[in-house]
Design a binder for this molecule. Structure first.
Ligand code: ADP
Ligand code: MG
Length: 694
């Protein structure tokens, strides 16, 4: 779109043009996309008698009294101008005012003003109201309508900016080209861009001001839709790209299903069965599976992974399972190995602690194809690890890995391997759609039977006795307990000292009980030994940093105390808490709020944990409280920053934009229809902008 330079707009001289340029506004088009930050309702004059505290209003009245002088605090001059309109009175106040201001209020002068009303007893005041002029004709862009409030631009008075915008909108908003075809706009239920931009600057007189403030006016929805649509379109195309790639199909047969069934130590839940079906169906295709498996902690994802690897093995293919920590990798390894006992399945472990000759052997068996299932940490994706025919890659606790590592594991296959990524961080659906929109999603939304809910309590430091007493009772009843400390990565050393000190305190408090200490600085075999003692019951209290966060499974552990709970995000606390409540005995969790962080906000935030055990609800809360930036994986995701949209507020539009992107992809994947030409150009332009930003 060709639009004139901003200098040619009425009211813009060279000086103002320069100041606008400082904010990136050099053309009429750029001005059109400089949007107001809020709105003020100046459609009508409110009679003074109907003003109430807190109301923002336009008023009109005659000056009946003016007082200037010293306020209570020395230099604090206050100018107090009383106006009346026949229905009531209002006091206007300016603090620390310029003395010349008083000259603007001769007794009897008529004033049109806008501001927020404050009530002090029966007395109504407006502080620093904006003077719109003497009557309704003084500022046609600043009165008689809902007016836009723009971000401040230095040297450009608000009033002038509004006037410039008025000019630009009147003469140039029609020049913007709509890139969505009619059918898409209709499906989204939004007006065309020209009307939207005009309405965003100067909302039509009948607009609902509450909707405007909530970003749900049709004009705002149009911009939100445009932004979300682009993301969903990109994701939808990636999904298609994946299905077009070739992969080795890994079909299941009756024989392997029987073998698996025979070996299952329990009956699968309905949710697990459904997810297994979805996964195996994908794997049987000649295109790579690209599936995200979400399931709350303890919902039983591991067995799904094992079943998938068994199908790969039956097809003579190699499978890899990558976990974020050594403890977890070893646990998976042991579980897989014991599930495969008696079968000619070679399960191989590869972590950083597998060194020397053992490492050489592992690598050789992976290279030569003797290793059927490789379980490990990111040691798996390192240089020098070459698979013979990797056709299935599984990533556990995906949120601990970045997109690059996902890609690296994929890259170990000859063709693109089937990919299953699992996560226990229940990502709110809206966020999953933007983060992992290129993956198909399976959800395990059911817990294995026999779980008893975890009772959670937030305690302050002076209530610590409650927690220790509970630990004592649990131990007496034969249970085991965790004491967890946050590990702040930047201050590893501090956290370590904290852990050592805490372990000392716990040992002193429970001299008759074995107390283990587990932290990230320990070597693999040391950790292993500590874990083994806790699993066997030799130690019955485990003091640990968050290395136990993911996946560790000790059903006898029924109690957890989390120190400095306020330093964790809610989702992370939920992960931690999931280490207990795995057996039949009821479990409890105590969240200690640190003395310095235990304000009301902290307590309120943590109390969400007392109210629900539902990881998805907790994730939604986290998203509301802390925003998407705090969710693991968001920052590495390469999603463009959202300017207009908010994935919590605009969830409905997010779903809609995904549906529309899919409909469009089905109808015209190459955007070759003549009616989609402008859209095609817009997408290409955004694509290249995105690419250069990466
Ligand atoms: P997560 O989804 O957190 O990775 P796991 O796969 O570690 O969960 O499973 C948690 C525990 O539940 C394990 O002890 C596992 O053996 C058990 N489990 C999984 N599925 C079932 C089931 N269908 N019935 C009974 N126990 C199950
Ligand atoms: Mg797990």
């Amino acid at each position: 779109m060709e639009t004139p330079s901003i200098q040619y707009i009425k009211g813009v001289g060279p000086k103002i043009a320069e100041r606008l340029a400082g904010r990136g506004i050099t053309t009429a088009r750029e001005a059109l996309f400089f949007f107001p930050k809020s709105y003020e309702d100046r459609r009508r004059i409110v009679p003074l008698f109907s003003l109430v505290h807190g109301m923002s209003a336009c008023v009109k009245g005659r000056v009946v009294d003016v007082r200037g002088g010293q306020g209570g605090f020395g230099r604090n001059r206050v100018l107090d101008v009383m106006i009346a309109d026949g229905s009531g009175r209002l006091s206007l106040k300016w603090f620390r005012y310029n003395p010349a201001l008083a000259d603007r209020f001769p007794i009897g002068a008529e004033l049109l003003l806008s501001g927020t009303v404050r009530a002090f007893g029966p007395r109504l005041e407006m502080h620093h109201p904006e003077i719109l002029g003497h009557d309704e004709t003084s500022d046609p862009f600043g009165f008689g309508r809902i007016i836009p409030v723009y971000p401040e631009i230095e040297g450009v008075p608000a009033r002038l900016l509004r006037k410039i915008m008025w000019e630009v909108v009147q003469h140039h908003s029609k020049d913007i080209r709509e890139f969505f075809p009619r059918w898409i706009l209709d499906a989204a239920g939004v007006p065309p861009i020209q009307d939207s931009v005009a309405a965003l600057h100067f909302p039509p007189p009948e607009s609902d001001i509450a909707k405007l403030q909530a970003f749900s006016s049709p004009a705002q929805q149009r911009l939100i839709f445009g932004e979300l649509f682009f993301i969903q379109w990109t994701m939808a195309r990636r999904r298609i790209g994946v299905t077009r790639e070739k992969a080795v199909p890994l079909p299941w047969d009756r024989e392997i299903v029987e073998e698996i069934k025979k070996r299952l130590p329990f009956t699968l839940t309905n949710a697990q069965r459904r997810v297994v079906n979805e996964t195996l169906k994908d794997m049987a295709q000649p295109h790579p599976m690209h599936r995200l498996l979400q399931g709350d902690v303890g919902s039983g994802k591991t067995i799904v992974a094992w079943i998938a690897t068994m199908v790969a093995w039956k097809n003579g293919a190699q499978a890899a399972l990558m976990a974020p920590t050594e403890i977890l990798a070893e646990q998976h390894y042991q579980r897989f190995a014991s599930l495969c006992v008696g079968l000619p399945v070679n399960v191989v472990l590869l972590t950083a602690s597998v060194t020397g000759k053992a490492r050489e052997n592992a690598r050789a068996s992976i290279r030569e194809g003797h290793a059927n299932i490789v379980v490990g940490t990111h040691a798996i994706i390192q240089e020098g690890v070459d698979f013979r025919n990797l056709t299935l890659s599984i990533i556990d606790e995906q949120h601990r890995f970045g997109v690059l590592q996902r890609a690296a594991l994929r890259g170990k296959g000859i063709q693109a391997p089937h990919l299953l990524v699992m996560t226990a961080t229940p990502i709110p659906r809206t966020l999953a759609m933007t983060l992992y929109g290129d993956l198909d999603v399976s959800v395990i939304d059911e817990m294995p039977p026999g779980r008893s809910p975890i009772r959670t309590r937030v305690l302050s430091e002076n209530e610590r006795g409650v927690a220790w007493e509970a630990v004592r009772n649990e131990l007496d009843a034969g249970g085991r307990a965790y004491v967890v400390l946050p590990l702040v990565e930047e201050s590893d050393k501090l956290a370590l000292r904290d852990a050592v000190r805490t372990a000392g305190a716990v040992r002193a408090a429970f001299p008759d009980i074995g107390v283990g200490l587990l932290h990230g600085r320990m070597k693999g075999d040391e950790k292993d030994a500590v874990m083994r003692r806790f699993k066997s019951g030799e130690d019955r209290i485990l003091v640990s940093t968050t290395v136990i966060e993911v996946g560790v499974d000790v059903p006898e552990a029924t109690l957890m105390v989390v120190e400095h709970a306020d330093r964790f995000g809610l989702s992370q606390l939920h992960q931690l808490r999931g280490r207990v409540g795995r057996g039949e005995r009821p479990s409890s969790c105590f969240l200690m709020a640190s003395p310095n962080g235990s304000g009301d906000d902290t307590r309120a935030r943590l109390s969400v944990m007392e109210r629900t055990n539902d990881g998805f609800k907790i994730a939604e809360e986290d998203l509301k409280i802390r925003g998407p930036g705090d969710f693991a994986g968001v920052r590495q995701s390469g999603i463009p920053d959202l300017v207009f949209s908010d994935i919590v507020r605009d969830a409905r539009m997010l779903y809609k934009s995904r549906e529309i992107a899919e409909a469009l992809l089905a109808r015209d994947p190459g955007l070759d229809e003549p009616g989609h030409a402008v859209l095609k150009a817009w997408v290409a332009e955004k694509d290249s902008a995105q690419a250069s930003a990466d």
